[in-house]
Each structure stands twice: as structure tokens, then as C-alpha cells.
Design a protein around this ligand. Structure first.
Ligand code: HEC
Length: 269
């Protein structure tokens, strides 16, 4: 590769990086990082903050589950954020799920959840969810962190971003005013969201020894939990990526060294 090719390669990579950053900034404000940062977004040693994720599950359950489903997460998977087997059994049993059809009558009865069940949705179908929410459907949260540019920071920003708009900001809202059932949120594309602010200070009672349940803390915790739900295998993927990069660096060094040796033997320089 001559210098020109290398430069072209760098320019291409920079171009892709810049255009993906531009994509991340939609017409909502650019998501903010929480002060603590995200341990799972580190380049080296990425990991989920398990304490935060466990508290996040509690928040999901007490403050989000009434509207949002989490269809792709089973109780058993909660082992991934450090819940023990007895804890998972107890959590599952505290939910009511639809059981298996009766062998003779085909009737389906409700029963307490088991670890192999998926977290049941509060609503029977999206129409019922929309009917309870002014016609807006609360989306399933299983893959939300992956579905939005900005990921966990976007969720954190939405959850902490509710406030009154300034007169200037109101001018940029479509129609110049917040529609009925809408709420101003600068991070949402269009600046109006149909979700009422779901968190307020002290909403959740954390167990002893946990940090105070401020809006910021709860937003951090539930976003951590939902980041884990969207990609439970992130830690393995990132550590494998690191191993691959180290391997490739060593391989590159070896190849260069053997190229030098061979060219010396064959060409004499
Ligand atoms: C009262 C019902 C309700 C509760 C409780 C609720 N939400 Fe929502 N949520 C909604 C609705 C409705 C929407 C769709 C908003 C829209 O499209 O404007 C939504 C949308 C969202 C979105 C997607 C925003 C986007 O970019 O489109 C996220 C993320 C979200 N909610 C997270 C949460 C979390 C986390 C909680 C718990 C802390 C929660 N919600 C609690 C009703 C609710």
C-alpha cells in the first residue's frame, strides 16, 4: 500500500464516522451522556453495571411495565444481570401469565409465572395499548436501545428531558403548540412525545444501601437494564473483539517480519 492508498483509507473511515454522527443527531437534541458514563460502552473492559441493571429491572417493573411490554426477555435470562435462581423463581411467580391450553377443553387459564416464561405484557394486544394511551402505542422496549441512535444515552435523555418549552422552542414545534396528550421533550424527534413523564424523584423505593432514587439515577438504572435486554451478550462480543484485534496486530507484525526476511534473501535488500 502506498501513502496515497493509506490516506484514501483514512479519509473513507473518517467519512463514515462523520456521516454516522450526523445520522445520530436527528431533529431531536443530541442525547446527553449521564455523568457516570456507561461502563458497557467502554472500548476495553466493557461490562454492565449489574447493581444498576437490577435496580433498572425494578423500575421497569414498577414504572414502565404498565404500558410497555418486554417481549423478548424471559425470567430465566435475568440471571445475566446477577439475580440468583431462587430470586428469579420468586420474581417469575409474582407475575401472572397465560398458561398452557387444557388437554381436554382447550381452555387457557392464568397461572403464576415460571422461570422459562417470557415477561408477560400488560395489554392483550397493541390496540388495547393504544386505547389506554390516547391512541399512541407504547413500543416494546426489548430492542429499544438498539433501535434509536444514541442508544442508552437517548433513553436517558428522553427520561430526564421533560420540561416546559421556551417561547422560542415552541415556535419549532409542529403547529406551534403542544397537542393534547403530548408532552414537550427536546430529545424526541419533533420535540413532542405522547408518553407522560414516567419518572419523578422518589417514585421507587430502592432497598437499603442503594443510591437515592432521583430521576437521573432511575433513568441511568433503567437505561442500563434496557441496554442489557437489547444485547445480553455484549460483554462476550466486546472481549472477543479485543482478542481478535490483538491477534491481528501480532499477525501483522509477524507477516511484516517474514516479508522483510524473505525480501532480503530473494532480492538482497
Ligand atoms: C402511561 C404509559 C407509559 C408509561 C408508564 C411509560 N411509557 Fe414509555 N411510552 C409511552 C407511549 C404512549 C410512547 C409512545 C410515544 C410517542 O410515540 O410519542 C412511549 C414511548 C417510549 C419510548 C420511545 C421513545 C421514542 O423515541 O419513540 C421509550 C424509550 C420509552 N417510552 C421508555 C419508557 C420507560 C423506560 C418507562 C419507564 C420508566 C416508560 N417508557 C413508561 C407510554 C408510557
Amino acid at each position: 500500500m502506498n501513502n496515497k492508498n493509506i490516506l484514501a483509507g483514512i479519509a473513507l473511515i473518517a467519512g463514515v464516522a462523520v456521516s454516522s454522527m450526523a445520522f445520530a443527531a436527528t431533529n431531536g437534541e443530541k442525547p446527553v451522556h449521564p455523568k457516570q458514563g456507561w461502563p458497557h460502552e467502554k472500548v476495553i473492559g466493557a461490562h454492565y453495571d449489574r447493581q444498576a441493571a437490577q435496580r433498572g429491572f425494578q423500575i421497569y417493573r414498577e414504572a414502565c411495565h404498565s404500558c410497555h411490554s418486554l417481549n423478548f426477555v424471559s425470567f430465566r435470562q435475568l440471571e445475566g444481570i446477577g439475580f440468583s435462581e431462587p430470586e428469579i423463581k420468586a420474581i417469575a411467580a409474582s407475575f401472572t401469565v397465560m398458561g398452557e391450553p387444557d388437554m381436554e377443553t382447550g381452555d387457557v387459564k392464568e397461572r403464576p409465572g415460571q422461570p422459562f416464561d417470557y415477561i408477560p405484557s400488560t395489554f392483550a394486544n397493541p390496540e388495547a395499548a393504544a386505547a389506554s394511551n390516547n391512541g399512541a402505542i407504547p413500543p416494546d422496549l426489548s430492542l429499544m436501545v438498539k433501535a434509536r441512535p444514541g442508544g442508552a444515552s437517548y433513553l436517558y435523555s428522553i427520561l430526564t428531558g421533560y420540561r416546559e418549552p421556551t417561547a422560542e422552542e415552541l415556535k419549532h414545534v409542529p403547529g406551534g403548540k403542544i397537542p393534547d396528550g403530548g408532552h414537550f421533550n427536546p430529545y424526541k424527534a419533533g420535540h413532542v412525545i405522547a408518553m407522560p413523564p414516567p419518572l419523578m424523584d422518589g417514585l421507587i423505593t430502592y432497598t437499603e444501601g442503594q443510591p437515592p432514587a432521583t430521576v437521573e439515577q432511575m433513568a441511568y438504572d433503567v437505561s442500563t437494564f434496557l441496554a442489557w435486554a437489547a444485547e445480553p451478550k455484549l460483554e462476550q462480543r466486546k472481549s472477543m473483539g479485543f482478542v481478535v484485534v490483538v491477534f491481528l496486530l501480532i499477525l501483522t507484525g509477524l507477516l511484516f517480519w517474514s516479508y522483510k526476511r524473505i525480501s532480503k534473501q530473494v532480492l538482497g535488500h
